[in-house]
Design a protein around this ligand. Sequence first.
Ligand SMILES: NC(=O)c1ccc[n+]([C@@H]2O[C@H](COP(=O)([O-])OP(=O)(O)OC[C@H]3O[C@@H](n4cnc5c(N)ncnc54)[C@H](O)[C@@H]3O)[C@@H](O)[C@H]2O)c1
Length: 340
Amino acid sequence: MNRQSQIKILVTGAAGLLGSHLVDSLLHRGFRVTGIDNLSIGQLRNLEQAMTSDRFSFHKIDVCRRSDIIDLEPHHVIVHLAAYKIEVPGLHGTDILEVNSQGTSCMLEMARRWRCRFVFGSTSDVYGKSDDLPFKEDSDLVLGASTVARWGYASSKLFDEHLCFANQRRYGIPATVIRYFNTYGPRHDLTVKSGGPQALFFDALLRGKKMIIHGDGLQRRAFSYVGDTIEMTTRVIERRETEGEIINIGNPNEDISIKDLALLAWDVMGCAGVAPIEYIPHEQFYKSGKFEEIMCRIPDIEKASRLLDYVPHVSIRAGMTLTLDWQRNLDEYVAGDGCS
Ligand SMILES: NC(=O)c1ccc[n+]([C@@H]2O[C@H](COP(=O)([O-])OP(=O)(O)OC[C@H]3O[C@@H](n4cnc5c(N)ncnc54)[C@H](O)[C@@H]3O)[C@@H](O)[C@H]2O)c1
C-alpha cells in the first residue's frame, strides 16, 4: 500500500466545478477521498469518473447540518469548498451568509475533532474595490457598504478566513486559505447562481440566444483554466509549508474584458458575422438598485509559484476550446452549430 492511499481527504462542495476536478486530481495522486455536497448547485454527473474508484465515496450532506457531519469517520485533511457566491436572482443573500458562515464553522469543528489540516476556498472578491493591482495576499481589502448586496459574499468569506486563523491560533488547527480568482472550464454550473461568463456565453449560443453582459462589458478579469487552478490546489494539499498562509490562485497572464470574452466565445464557436450580445444594466439585473462593479481583478501569484513550483499555462483560447468541447456534448443542447 503506498503512503498516499493511507491519507484520507474530505472535499466539501465535491460535485461543483472546483470540487469535482479536485476529487479527480487527488484520486489520480493516490489519495483516499470522501466527497460531500448537498447537490443544490453541483451535479452528480461531475463525479462520474470518481465514482469508478474504490478510493472514493460520496455523501449527499449539507455542510450546515452538524448532526449529519458528526458521524463521518476522521480524515487527515478537510478541503472546504461548499459555498454560495454573489447574490443574484434566485440566490438569497441570507442563504449566502448563513451557508458560508455556518458551513465553515461546522467543518472547522470537524477539523478540531479530527485534529486535521483545514484548507479553505476563499475568493478574490475579498480584495473588493482595491485598485492596488495586482492583488497581493497582504494587500488591504476594500469592501463597500453593507447596503450593497454584492459585498455579502466577500464579507462571508472574509469572516471565514478569520475563523480559520482564529482556530489555528486557539486550537492549533493548521489552516491554509486559498483565494481563488475566476476559474472556468468543463463542469461549470450553467446558471447565473454559480456559472461563469464562459459557460453562460456558450449556453446562450448553443440555445440560439444572445450572450448577456451585465454592465458595459469593460470590466476586466484574469481567468484561470480549471486544470491549472486544480494543479495548484492539489500542491497546496501536498505541501505542509503552505500551512498558515493565504495564497492567491489564479492566472495573471491574460486579463480580458468581458466584452472581448464574449467575442472570443463567438470566435471559438467558429461563428462569423456580428456576435449577438445584449447589454443589461446592473440595476435591471440585480433589481436591488445598488451594485458596485469591480473593474479589474488580477492576482499576484509570486507566493503561489514560490511555494508550489507551478505557474498556470493554459491560454484563454485553449481553455475556452476545452470548455466548449465539453459543453456542446451535454444533454441540455440539441445538435446544431450554435451560430444562428
Ligand atoms: N470558480 C471560481 O472562479 C471561484 C472563484 C473564487 C472563489 N471560489 C470558491 O471556490 C469554491 C468552489 O467554487 P466552484 O466554482 O466550484 O462553485 P460551485 O458552485 O461549482 O461548487 C460549490 C458546491 O457547493 C455545494 N454546496 C453549496 N451549499 C452547500 C451546502 N450547504 N452543503 C453542501 N454542499 C453545498 C454546491 O452544490 C456546489 O456543488 C467556493 O467556495 C467558491 O466561493 C470559486
